[in-house]
Design a protein around this ligand. Structure first.
Ligand code: GUN
Length: 297
């Protein structure tokens, strides 16, 4: 079998268009624009790239972008004070504090300070609880985007065996909750799991989010399985020349594509979905808080 690619670039562009249409509808109906506040502390180059991209796409979708860049030596109390100000600002619907934060700042404390109804990352313990209990709320963007990709090729996931590789709060755990809510039988595997290849070979759906380049090999994949690769790893690429690098996922793509029915590429799979889902979450937060009709995506 040779897998078909799940094209995250195209699916994310479609979602961003839907967000833009919905934002325009809200503006015409209510004369207001949803606002997303993005806070960057310090000058981590990868974070700067992510934040720039988030701001550009926010504006392109017709949402208002509010940017706060703070110096790396910012005190925790000052960041908490800014979060409080954004919580109280009625023109701000979503608050995203880019992670990682400098060592003097406790990220858990900052996440807990964001009002749960403005927590477009879905990281606040209240939203974690809402997801676990199936009571609505804002869902973390990367797992939400991964589920959307999965459902483009398999709308009914009920009864399927799914394995999530990785147990992070940002991807692995919420992904497992989303799959459980879709009535999958879910295994969460991690660095201490015994015989990962054997666990993986049982799965109809493999979601890899471990941050280890090409760890999942072709012979771990059951024939016809769907593979969602969340990993984005930069590795040396001597074939392209001295000192060159390339991006690879957590899955050995060519090997896995020979076994799977559908697979997401890296880059161009889950990555583009994350920002599109952030915009969707921001509109959802705006609609909930401002009493607008629910967005349709
Ligand atoms: N850093 C890397 N990914 C993310 C994300 O999804 N949200 C936030 N806030 N920071 C990140």
């Amino acid at each position: 079998m040779t897998a078909q690619w799940i094209d995250g670039k195209v699916i994310a562009a479609t979602l961003r268009e839907k967000v833009a249409r919905q934002a325009a509808h809200y503006k015409s109906m209510h004369g207001q624009q949803a606002g997303l506040a993005v806070v960057l502390v310090g000058n981590d180059p990868a974070s700067q790239v992510y934040v720039r991209s988030k701001i550009k796409m926010t504006t392109e979708a017709g949402l208002r972008s509010i940017e706060h860049v703070l110096p790396a030596e910012t005190a925790e109390a000052d960041l908490l004070a800014l979060v409080e100000k954004l919580n109280a600002d009625p023109t701000v619907d979503g608050i995203l504090v880019q992670l990682p934060l400098p060592p003097q700042i406790n990220a858990d404390k900052v996440i807990a300070a964001i009002h749960p109804d403005k927590d477009v990352d879905g990281f606040h313990p209240v939203n974690v609880g809402r997801l676990a209990t199936g009571t609505g709320g804002l869902v973390p963007c990367t797992p939400l985007g991964s589920l959307m990709l999965l459902k483009t090729v398999q709308p009914d996931l009920s009864g399927l065996e799914a394995i999530v590789l990785g147990r992070s709060n940002i991807v692995g755990k919420p992904m497992a909750q989303l799959l459980l809510a879709e009535s999958c039988t879910v295994t969460v595997a991690h660095s201490r799991s015994r015989d990962l290849p054997a666990l993986c070979r049982r799965a109809d759906i493999v979601v890899a989010a471990v941050g280890r380049p090409e760890m999942v090999r072709g012979d771990w994949i059951k024939a016809g399985a769907i593979v969602i690769d969340v990993g984005i790893n930069r590795v040396p690429d001597p074939a392209s020349g001295e000192g060159k690098t390339k991006l690879v996922g957590d899955v050995a793509f060519a090997e896995a594509a020979a076994k799977a029915s559908f697979i997401t590429p890296v880059p161009g799979g889950v990555g583009p979905m994350t920002i599109a889902c952030l915009l969707a979450n921001c509109l959802k937060a705006a609609a909930m808080r401002r009493g607008w009709e629910s967005p349709v995506f």
